[in-house]
Design a protein around this ligand. Structure first.
Ligand SMILES: C[S@@+](CC[C@H](N)C(=O)[O-])C[C@H]1O[C@@H](n2cnc3c(N)ncnc32)[C@H](O)[C@@H]1O
Length: 326
């Protein structure tokens, strides 16, 4: 059994100060302004159009947080900040932190949401700021490229399947399928705005001849097919239980006999208290989406069974479930 939190750890949890200092620095684009240089406060304040004495407080805190180093009166990026927080770096992940910053005010409404049960947002940030949404998907695609091949290998395909990656985003998984199984063909179905990014990643991967892009709304439009494998990766936590039930049924209809639906998501275990990251993610989904939820693995298995799938099983605990169409 894990140990209880100490009082010091409870206090530490309550201090979100460092979080907001980091997010503000990314919003100011401070790490890009520093780049590979050592710069003084006045220089940086000029570049960022900021107030120098105020900025120096932020810079000192960032140095204490080991994101910067301070040499005399000048500041430098740490090697990690230079690699991941300088916009000019190909490994920049700032868009993800900018998303968290954009959601900051929604978190301020958590108490009200818990008291009333009413959501405080009517649109996801991706809808209010599609450019940020596209940039975040691009970062997730870069990160996902490392884990994608292992995930698709674990599915042990025969190697010549027709695959549908539903809500496939930047095409990370479709690309991984094509790389691991040289004869599969994939369709990425997503909203037209998202597919602009997908087109780019598929082209960069040289996979235009094997990956088809199909624009549409998966709750309304026809999905094409028949397919041998349908993947739903990280799409169901934006929807309600009933919408997911209906979508799983719809997918059953576009699968060939013997075909399978693989759902990869952030599921909660049967107690609802784990995995720890997902319990907090469930609250994040509550405050930042109009109707999303994190579901328990058992609920996903229920969607599959109700839709008519056989051999319904959890392939990876709280992460991947699968059903086979008889
Ligand atoms: C969190 S991303 C997941 C992307 C990808 N499946 C992955 O695992 O990396 C959710 C994706 O669902 C897409 N999406 C959301 N609602 C949709 C809808 N109604 N129809 C089609 N795509 C949708 C979004 O555009 C986005 O690309």
């Amino acid at each position: 059994m894990s140990r209880e939190l100490s009082l010091a750890e409870i206090f530490q949890l309550g201090y979100y100060w460092e979080t907001k200092i980091l997010l503000t620095a990314v919003k100011l684009d401070l790490f890009s302004a520093l780049g590979e240089h050592a710069r003084g406060v006045a220089d940086l304040a000029g570049r960022l159009q900021a107030d120098a004495p105020t900025l120096s407080l932020l810079l000192n805190a960032l140095a204490a947080m080991k994101l910067l180093t301070k040499e005399g009166e000048s500041y430098r990026n740490s090697s990690t900040a230079l690699k991941h927080l300088d916009r000019h770096s190909p490994q920049y992940v700032g868009h993800l932190l900018l998303l968290h910053d954009a959601e900051w005010n929604n978190w301020g409404k958590l108490e009200e949401t818990v008291r009333t049960g009413q959501r405080s947002v009517d649109r996801h940030v991706f809808e209010t700021d599609p450019e940020l949404g596209g940039n975040v998907l691009a970062v997730l695609n870069r990160i996902g490229q490392q884990s994608g091949p292992d995930f698709v290998r674990q599915l042990k395909l025969a190697g010549h399947e027709q695959i549908l990656d539903l809500g496939g985003g930047a095409g990370t998984n479709a690309i991984a399928f094509c790389r691991v199984y040289p004869e599969v063909k994939a369709t990425v179905f997503d909203l037209p705005a998202t597919l602009t990014l997908t087109e780019k990643t598929v082209k960069e991967g040289g996979l235009e001849s094997r990956i088809t892009l199909r624009p549409g709304d998966f709750n309304r439009d026809h999905l094409g097919g028949p397919y041998d494998v349908v993947l739903m990766s990280d799409i169901l936590h934006y929807q309600t239980f009933q919408m997911n039930q209906d979508l799983v049924k719809k997918v059953f209809g576009v699968l060939a006999p013997g075909g399978r639906l693989v759902i990869k998501d952030r599921f909660l275990d049967e107690t609802g208290t784990g995995p720890a990251w997902t319990t907090a993610f469930a609250v994040h989904i509550l405050v930042n989406t109009q109707k999303g939820s994190c579901f328990q693995t058992g609920e996903a298995l229920q969607w599959l069974q109700a839709a008519g799938f056989g051999s319904v099983e959890e392939l990876e605990k709280t992460a991947v479930v699968q059903g086979v169409k008889p």
